[in-house]
Ligand binder design. Sequence first.
Ligand SMILES: [Zn+2]
Length: 144
Amino acid sequence: MPGYNAHRIFNYAILIAIAALAWYESINPKQLLALSIGFYLGTDFLTPDLDTDSTAIKRWGKLKILFLPYKWTFTHRKSSHNIIYGALVRILYIGLILFVLYYVLFKSFPPGTLFFSVYSVYILLFLVGIIIANTLHVLLDVIF
Ligand SMILES: [Zn+2]
């Protein structure tokens, strides 16, 4: 089973290849940045290994308490490591936490609530970055 650093090295090698391809294809750098930020979060913080006492969950520091319900709900390397909905569940999980936190702090919902704002292409690329990073994690787990 590959460790945390093996996943990081593998993922960032793929990200470098994606960035080189994007540069070659003259992709908008802001869009590549949005994808890369999502990729980074998906590799280092929102990994499928949040379902166990992993290095990824320790990186959250005291905030790792937010993932206790997630850890109790998902058995390690089962549905949390599903390529189709594993990342989507984590995105919805952290999205719900952020949404509630925003509401508690500001007593209202975020303006232009997410997907219908002018930034929707960047949000979509950010989410795709998380999904690609999670997919690569699962593939590496399956290979080794
Ligand atoms: Zn894993």
